[in-house]
Design a protein around this ligand. Structure first.
Ligand SMILES: C[S@@+](CC[C@H](N)C(=O)[O-])C[C@H]1O[C@@H](n2cnc3c(N)ncnc32)[C@H](O)[C@@H]1O
Length: 374
C-alpha cells in the first residue's frame, strides 16, 4: 500500500472493530424491526463523521468500517422491503477519505440511495436538524463519532427532540488524559463546549472518568424534552484494558433501547464491555451463604445479571418469568433478551432458584414461574 493511501486509510484497533460490529448488528435489527412496522415508510441513516469506510487491522488486512457495513446491510433490507425507502447520508470533512469511501459503497437502487458529502459535520446537522420538526414518524439514526471529546449539543438538539435515535461516541479518554495539561484556548473551549461548563470547573474532574460520564448523561437528560427517554452506554477498552470511549445510544423507543443492550452483549461475547477479563472468575460464598465475589463494574457477565435478579427478588415465590424480564427491560445495561436461558441456568445452578410450570388460578392458563431463595 502506498504511503499516501496509508494516510487516508486509518488503522482500526480491535476495540474499534468491535464498535463497527456493534453498530452493524444494531442497525440490522433496528431496520428489521422498523421496516416491519406499517407506519414506518422509510429509514434514514446518517454518519456525519464517517471516515474512509475501510481500515486496516493489526495484521494489515483491510476491514470494513461502519459506513460500508451499514450501507451493505441496509441495501439488503431495501431489497426485502421494496415498498420502503432507505436513505443514507455519509459525510466527512476530509475529501480524500470521502473519495476512498465512495469506492467501497453499494450502488443506489430504486428505493435505496446513498448521499456522500465532504464538509463540517455540524454544518450538515444544522441543515438537516431543523427540517426534522413536524416530519412525524420519520425514522432516522444519527451516528456522531469524532476522534476526540468534541460534542456540539446545539447541532444535536433537533435529533434528540424528534422521532429518531442518536448514537454518540463520548471519547472519555481525551479529557481523562489531557484536561489538566490543556493550555491552548481552543482545547479549553472544546472541553467547555462538550461538558457545558467553565474550564476552571472542569479541571477538578481530572482523571475521574465517572464525572465526565455523569456530566454527559446530565446534558442528554436536559435535552431530551418532556417524553420518556432511554439512554444506554457501553464502554470500549483497548488491549491494555484502558477505557477509550463510551458508545452512547439515545432513543425515545423502548424497543430500540432493548435491542441496543442485546446487540452489545452479543457482540462483546456475553459481557458488558470489550474488557479482557481475568481468567477463572471464581464464585465464592460469604458467611451468610451469599455469593461474595467482587464484581468488576466495568465488565459484567451473565452471572452478574443473575446476581442482580436474586438481590431484587430474594425470597419471592412463584414470580412469573415475564415480571423478571420486565425488570431487565428497564435496566440501563443488562439485556432482557438474548441470554434468557443462561440467566435461568445461573439462577438455578448458583442461587438455588426453582423454575416450574403452574396453572394461573386467575386466568386458568399455564405459566412458567420462578421461586427465589431467601
Ligand atoms: C472516529 S472517525 C469516524 C469513524 C466512523 N464513524 C466509523 O465508524 O467507521 C472520525 C472521523 O471524523 C472526521 N471528522 C472529525 N471532525 C469532523 C467534523 N467537524 N466534520 C466532519 N468530519 C469530521 C475525521 O476526518 C475522521 O474521519
Amino acid at each position: 500500500m502506498s504511503a499516501k493511501k496509508k494516510n487516508i486509510i486509518s488503522k482500526a484497533s480491535p476495540h474499534t472493530i468491535k464498535k463497527f460490529e456493534l453498530i452493524e448488528e444494531y442497525i440490522k435489527s433496528w431496520a428489521q424491526k422498523l421496516l416491519l412496522t406499517e407506519s414506518c415508510n422509510g429509514l434514514i441513516f446518517i454518519d456525519c463523521m464517517c471516515n474512509s469506510g475501510v481500515y486496516t487491522d493489526d495484521a494489515g488486512q483491510l476491514v470494513k468500517g461502519t459506513a460500508v457495513r451499514v450501507s451493505e446491510a441496509l441495501r439488503e433490507a431495501s431489497r426485502t422491503y421494496t415498498e420502503k425507502n432507505i436513505h443514507i447520508y455519509l459525510n466527512d470533512k476530509d475529501k480524500a477519505r470521502v473519495d476512498e469511501l465512495k469506492k467501497h459503497l453499494p450502488q443506489d437502487e430504486r428505493n435505496f440511495k446513498i448521499v456522500t458529502s465532504c464538509g463540517d459535520a455540524h454544518e450538515l446537522l444544522r441543515t438537516i436538524g431543523p427540517q426534522l420538526y413536524g416530519t412525524g414518524h420519520l425514522h432516522y439514526f444519527l451516528l456522531y463519532d469524532p476522534y476526540d471529546a468534541t460534542i456540539d449539543w446545539e447541532a444535536l438538539l433537533p435529533f434528540f427532540r424528534n422521532w429518531g435515535e442518536v448514537m454518540i461516541n463520548h471519547m472519555v479518554s481525551d479529557p481523562v488524559r489531557a484536561i489538566t495539561s490543556a493550555k491552548k484556548k481552543t482545547t479549553k473551549a472544546k472541553y467547555e463546549n462538550t461538558y457545558l461548563e467553565d474550564f476552571e470547573k472542569l479541571v477538578p474532574y481530572g482523571s475521574d472518568k465517572k464525572a465526565y460520564e455523569a456530566r454527559v448523561e446530565e446534558i442528554i437528560n436536559s435535552l431530551k424534552g418532556a417524553r420518556r427517554y432511554y439512554v444506554s452506554a457501553f464502554p470500549f477498552y483497548n488491549t491494555q484494558n484502558s477505557l477509550v470511549y463510551n458508545l452512547i445510544h439515545c432513543t425515545s423507543n423502548k424497543e430500540g433501547f432493548k435491542l441496543y443492550k442485546k446487540s452489545a452483549w452479543k457482540v462483546f461475547g456475553a459481557q458488558s464491555s470489550t474488557k479482557h477479563s481475568v481468567e477463572n472468575r471464581q464464585l465464592s460464598f460469604n458467611l451468610f451463604g451469599e455469593i461474595a465475589e467482587e464484581e468488576d463494574e466495568s465488565c459484567l457477565y451473565v452471572i452478574d445479571i443473575a446476581k442482580y435478579l436474586q438481590r431484587s427478588f430474594r425470597g419471592r415465590k412463584q414470580v412469573p418469568l415475564d415480571e423478571m424480564w420486565e425488570l431487565l427491560d428497564n435496566h440501563p445495561f443488562f439485556p432482557s433478551e438474548g441470554f434468557r436461558n443462561e440467566v435461568k441456568s445461573d439462577l438455578t445452578d448458583f442461587f438455588g432458584a426453582k423454575i416450574e410450570q403452574i396453572v394461573n388460578p386467575d386466568t386458568g392458563k399455564k405459566e412458567t414461574v420462578i421461586s427465589f431463595s431467601s
